[in-house]
Design a protein around this ligand. Structure first.
Ligand SMILES: Nc1ncnc2c1ncn2[C@@H]1O[C@H](COP(=O)(O)OP(=O)(O)OP(=O)(O)O)[C@@H](O)[C@H]1O
Length: 705
């Protein structure tokens, strides 16, 4: 569900609220509350489904109080923004910061504060409004069985959380499921495991005394059916996961072969996972002593391709149901899921339902990246303690015995050691991200605006070439890893797309596209398509929003026109050669999934098709069959997760403070492998983003704390 930002020039409401002047004498009635919510809907502050939920609750329960109706509408609104629940305490005062509405909608006569003057100010009163024993609108999570009320009150007495029923169910199942997998101890043949781990992880000659966190991650993953490996880009999550697979194979009892599945939320991320795991296993085979019987090549062959989660679970067209579920589980012993930060709560629920109780789940991901568009932040919740680690004495002892690693004192817990934290390892050293881009990402992640700006302006000394923060129209250092343009116009974005000799741009793939192979040889044609798609993948423009001249819509149109004006594209109607498109809806029958990116190119007969590349594997779909796509010269940061580009440009829109966040900036920056360009429509937008860490309300962690 997408949230429509409230417009700053609000439309004239049609709802009559004359009674508002007499209100203090009468008190606010439930129907009047609905009118108020309706007014906010007409003003674009709430979505129709937000106020419709309140209306439905009043139909269901004539006794529903104004507080309940308001709480329901705000809860629905927050679910649309990615929260799985609403902390009731946030309603004790007008939720100004939470909603981020314009001043007139907050302070006006029919605004947020005016309504809140009629609502409870004490948590206990909100609880009472929602908790009545006879309510047909709201039940308590502890009520079992309940009557299927649409709202559910969970959390604790001191920190109550209000849920839509669907999310209360997901959260309970996911919380309990993860806890169960993490807490049931598995027998570990410690001595044999130690031998293999010592073979797979040779101490670094640079810093032999440092803790080898990858080795630690493999060790702790052995002792339960859930493990989490988190870390920034290039910290070696996949490298560690490949070694874990080898270890599990080495320890696997004779008999049936070890069944391994690889998955990720997007096709691109799945293809990258498979490639990295295969490469790591292939080179690891050389470290396996002859005669040990450990055959990693056979494991690679048996694993098959990595799948999107939708495809793994067997998505069905136009339904939320999957082919695999508790009654028809996946045929797997070990499931590795990469880019787990993108896995939303509902998907994690489906995954845990479909995973046999005996299977191991290994989650890989960067906890600091943007959470999924849909509600929930499962990896973030799982990794709450990842930076501090909080390992127990038991964990330290186990890691010492099985991995020969001493956990540093700062990562041990003197007090409580949360159970999930014992199965979580954060990798702390990036092997790929050491230059200016890495420094910038670190500064953003730390919330350090000064350091971030200093890196951008070249104030820090570093081993890679860097930018000089030229003003627009200046002469940026073409070959530098970082470039910052501010204040910039959309033309600056177009100029970047058109490119120059030193930085990858869209000119690269469009020039290759013009070299169409003559003849109809299928292999030559496929190689040409591959080369065009790979060249397209070298560069991407990312932005924060969809609408407006600084959103995907405006910028895609501007870039397309600039490329056409330059003679690089021939735009003829909706479908034309060179149009990059992103799929916006899963279509299991066509084998395309939300977020897949392809390019329109002719087949050997000259018919236009959309081509997708997963690793080296090409797929094509007829343009006539792909209805749900959008042009993808420019895509949102959200949609770029799971992908990396040699050169990434991040566009921050003017006045965009509400849509910017620290996670958005960090995710955008870390999509860049070699070159990063920041385009700020006005000065200070990066700082505005860094100063706004996004927080998602969720009660998931209550299941294991
Ligand atoms: N212990 C190690 N020794 C040597 N090279 C390593 C080690 N760990 C990782 N690498 C190398 O570092 C690079 C990044 O590793 P990897 O791809 O596993 O990181 P990642 O965290 O999975 O990255 P991403 O964020 O892209 O998913 C790879 O080339 C990998 O081979």
């Amino acid at each position: 569900m997408s949230f429509k930002k409230p417009s700053r020039t609000m439309s004239v409401p049609t709802t009559q609220m004359d009674w508002l002047n007499d209100l203090p004498a009468q008190g606010l009635s439930a129907p009047q509350t609905l009118q108020w919510l309706q007014l906010w809907t007409e003003q674009g502050l709430l979505r129709h489904i937000d106020s419709a939920l309140a209306a439905q609750l009043l139909r269901l329960d004539g006794q529903a109080s104004p507080a309940l109706l308001v709480a329901a509408a705000i809860l629905a609104q927050m679910e649309g923004r990615g929260h799985t629940c609403l902390p009731l305490a946030d309603l004790c005062a007008p939720p100004v910061a939470m909603l981020g509405w314009p001043t007139v909608a907050v302070d006006g006569p029919q605004g947020l504060r005016a309504l809140w003057a009629h609502l409870p100010a004490m948590l206990a009163d909100w609880q009472a409004a929602l908790q009545s024993n006879t309510s047909r609108a709201c039940s308590r999570l502890s009520d079992a069985p309940d009557q299927g009320q649409p709202l559910v009150l969970g959390g604790t007495a001191h920190a109550p959380l209000l849920y839509l029923r669907r999310y209360a169910g997901y959260e309970k199942r996911v919380g309990q499921g993860l806890l169960q997998r993490a807490s049931e101890p598995l027998p570990v043949p410690e001595a044999v495991a130690r031998q293999w781990l010592d073979r797979f992880f040779v101490p670094s000659t640079e810093a032999p005394a440092d803790t080898d966190w990858q080795k630690v991650a493999c060790a702790v993953a052995l002792r339960a059916r859930l493990s989490v490996i988190t870390g920034g880009p290039g910290t070696g999550k996949t490298y560690a996961a490949a070694r874990l697979l080898a270890l599990l194979l080495a320890l696997h009892e004779e008999g049936s072969p070890l069944r391994v599945a690889l998955a990720a939320p997007t096709g691109k991320a799945a293809a990258r996972l498979k490639q990295s795991i295969d490469n790591a296993l292939t080179s690891l085979q050389d470290q396996v002593p002859e005669g040990s019987g450990l055959d990693l090549n056979t494991l690679i062959a048996r694993m098959g391709p990595a799948r999107t989660l939708h495809s793994l679970l067997g998505a069905r067209p136009d339904t939320r149901q999957f082919r695999h579920h508790a009654a028809n589980p996946l045929d797997v012993d070990v499931l590795i899921v990469d880019e787990a930060s993108m896995v939303h709560l509902e998907m994690m629920d489906a995954l845990l339902q479909a995973l046999p109780a005996t299977a191991r789940l290994v989650l890989l991901g960067d906890k600091d990246q943007l959470a999924s568009v849909e509600a929930g932040a499962v990896l973030g919740d799982l990794c709450r303690d990842a930076a501090a680690a909080r390992y127990s004495a038991d964990t330290a002892q186990f890691v010492q015995t099985v991995a020969g690693q001493t956990l540093p004192a700062e990562y041990r817990s003197a007090g409580a050691a949360p159970l999930l934290a014992q199965q979580t390892v954060m990798l702390r050293q990036s092997r790929r991200f050491k230059g200016a881009i890495g420094q910038l990402a670190l500064a953003v992640n730390r919330g350090d605006t000064h350091a971030a700006r200093a890196v951008l302006s070249g104030a820090l000394v570093d081993d890679s070439p860097r930018s000089r923060t030229p003003a627009e129209g200046g002469t940026p250092h073409e070959a530098s890893a970082l470039l910052a343009l501010q204040p910039a116009s959309p033309q600056a974005v177009c100029a970047l797309a058109l490119g120059s000799s030193a930085k990858p741009s869209y000119a690269d793939y469009l020039r290759l596209m013009q070299q169409v192979p003559s003849g109809q040889d299928a292999e030559t044609h496929a190689n040409w398509v591959r080369s065009v798609l790979k060249a397209f993948e070298r560069f991407r423009i990312l932005c924060a929003v969809h609408q407006g001249e600084w959103g995907t819509q405006g910028l895609n149109a501007a870039v397309q026109k600039a490329l056409a004006d330059e003679g690089l594209l021939k735009v003829t109607g909706e479908w034309f050669a060179g149009r990059p498109v992103m799929v916006t809806r899963n279509d299991a029958q066509l084998g395309v999934f939300n977020g897949d990116v392809g390019v329109v190119l002719p087949n050997t007969e000259g018919t236009l098709k959309v081509w997708f590349l997963d690793g080296e594997t090409l797929r094509s779909v007829s343009v006539m069959r792909l209805a749900q796509v959008e042009t993808a010269f420019v895509m949102t940061v959200h949609k770029s997760q799971g992908s990396e580009f040699e050169h990434t440009a991040l566009v921050l829109p003017p006045g965009g403070a509400e849509v910017l966040s620290c996670e958005l900036a960090y995710t955008g920056i870390t999509r860049a492998r070699e070159q990063f360009t920041l385009i700020e429509a006005e000065a200070g937008l990066l700082e505005a983003a860094i100063d706004r860490p996004s927080v998602r309300a969720s009660g998931l962690a209550q299941w294991w704390l």
